[in-house]
Design a protein around this ligand. Structure first.
Ligand code: GDP
Length: 444
């Protein structure tokens, strides 16, 4: 996604400034200008960019900064916080409850990715122990039911639809009633695509909504929606009052800023993002990890969660992170999990600093790099692997031995240890958060 380019540009602007020896107001203004230009180019709404500029300037009031203040830290934090604000609507997304039927209805424009995403979401809940199913209320598009059937069959999700009934609200009601009787816990209703100028179709959407009384309506938005995002999402909000947004195709070339603007225009949280055509290409979204990832600071929560959803071996990493610990062995386990999770380019952004280290590499080169990092870990002693890394600072000759044993260079061993230090620092900051997250996940 071009959002990654946006992240790189913003990051470069902040780094250039914080690296420069002459950190004056002019350089600071230049940085803000560059960040705003990058956001505008990514289709973020002009008003939002204007607000962001004002807020950063207010937070870091350059003229009045006391001499002892760590300006770099302050600037970095202000930029981070403002970007988080941009994607954070301060509203909690809906969480389905176990033991009852939760109805979720999908709405959105034609081709946004609704049918694909509703199967992904059903699979997501299915893998978390919710009995999930799909209802196709798209009677408008020929082949819609077939598409849903195919996806659902592949994902082993029960489905309901009709080839003869032309009234979508009847199909939706019948499907939901049947699945409620069968005590399904997550019932997802797919609807046909519509546009804000199509009043009939908007009326129809309201009728479907009345027929199934969803606990949650989700608007699916294509990341490439651009500047029309605000008007479309506002129209859907006014009519269908959706409570969450899913942004699809974030793996494509779209700039993504339009979708961000939709969040701000409707004060509605993004709950998931679609990252590919495959069933597993759905990631939970939360503002802070998203911005961390955007700025190349990694998304440890997302990584751990992704690994968890794939039921890969997490060993003690979760427990460690909850306690604020992160050993070299934890890093080794995460690296080898990433190798199993595939498209490396997608996963690398989740490990702090790794996407920068791998920028410009294709998946094959990146895979080789990861393998070499794993060889390095495998040449360590048990004591070294289970350490917090300080042992290498105290006895640097260990690095020479490891480089020799793993067929790599001392420089590569140092890089791995830098990587580890960064992640250990993040784990320390996440202490407690992870326990909360695990608790919250129980309810997701
Ligand atoms: P609908 O008309 O809203 O139901 O959209 P579909 O579910 O039929 O999706 C339209 C196209 O977008 C299909 O070719 C999907 O495979 C594709 N698609 C959906 N989500 C994603 C995604 O996250 N990434 C990519 N690359 N393609 C997607």
């Amino acid at each position: 996604m071009v959002l990654q380019d946006l992240g790189r540009r913003i990051n470069a602007a902040v780094s250039d400034l914080t690296r420069s020896s002459n950190l004056d107001e002019k350089a600071f203004d230049g940085m803000i200008k560059e960040i705003c230009a990058a956001l505008l180019e990514a289709d973020v709404n002009v008003k939002l960019v204007g607000n962001l500029r004002k807020s950063i300037k207010q937070t870091v009031n350059f003229k009045e900064l006391a001499p002892g203040v760590n300006k770099k830290r302050l600037i970095q934090k202000a930029v981070f916080d403002e970007l988080v604000k941009l994607v954070d609507p301060h509203a909690e997304p809906f969480k389905p409850k176990k033991g009852r039927s939760n109805v979720i209805m999908f709405v959105g424009l034609q081709g946004a990715g609704k049918t694909t995403t509703c199967t992904k979401l059903a699979r997501h809940y299915q893998s978390r122990g919710f009995r999930s199913c799909l209802v196709c209320a798209d009677t408008f598009r020929a082949g819609a039911f077939d598409q849903l059937k195919q996806n659902a069959t592949k994902a082993k999700i029960p489905y309901y639809g009709s080839l003869t009934q032309t009234d979508p609200s009847i199909v939706a009601r019948e499907g939901v009633e049947q699945f409620k009787k069968e005590r399904f816990e997550v019932i997802i209703v797919d609807t046909s695509g519509r546009h804000r100028q199509e009043q009939d179709l908007f009326d129809e959407m309201v009728q479907i909504q009345r027929a199934v009384t969803p606990d949650q309506t989700i608007m699916v938005l294509d990341a490439s929606i651009g500047q029309q995002a605000e008007a479309q999402s506002k129209a859907f909000k006014e009519t269908a009052d959706f409570g969450a947004i899913i942004i699809t195709k974030t793996d494509g070339n779209a700039s993504g800023g339009g979708a961000i603007s939709a969040v701000a225009a409707t004060h509605t949280p993004i709950v998931f993002i679609g990252t590919g055509e495959h069933m597993l290409d759905l990631e939970r979204f939360s503002p802070q990890p998203f911005v961390s990832k955007l700025l190349g600071m990694g998304d440890m929560q997302g990584l751990v969660e992704h690994v968890q959803s794939l039921k890969l071996d997490q060993k003690d990493t979760m427990k460690h992170i909850a306690e604020g610990i992160f050993t070299v062995r934890d890093l080794r386990d995460q690296l080898s999990n990433i190798m199993k999770m595939g498209p490396l380019s997608k996963m690398a952004g989740m490990i702090p600093g790794l996407s920068q280290m791998m920028s410009g590499m294709d998946d094959e080169e990146g895979g080789m790099k990861l393998r070499r990092m794993i060889y390095i870990c495998d040449s360590m002693t048990i004591k070294e692997l289970d350490s917090d890394g300080k042992i290498f600072v105290q006895q640097p000759t260990r690095m020479t031995r490891i480089a020799h044993g793993s067929g790599t260079s001392v420089r590569e061993v140092e890089d791995l240890l830098t990587q580890h230090r960064m992640m250990a620092g993040m784990a320390k900051k996440m202490k407690g958060n992870m326990a909360n997250m695990q608790r919250a996940q129980g309810a997701m």
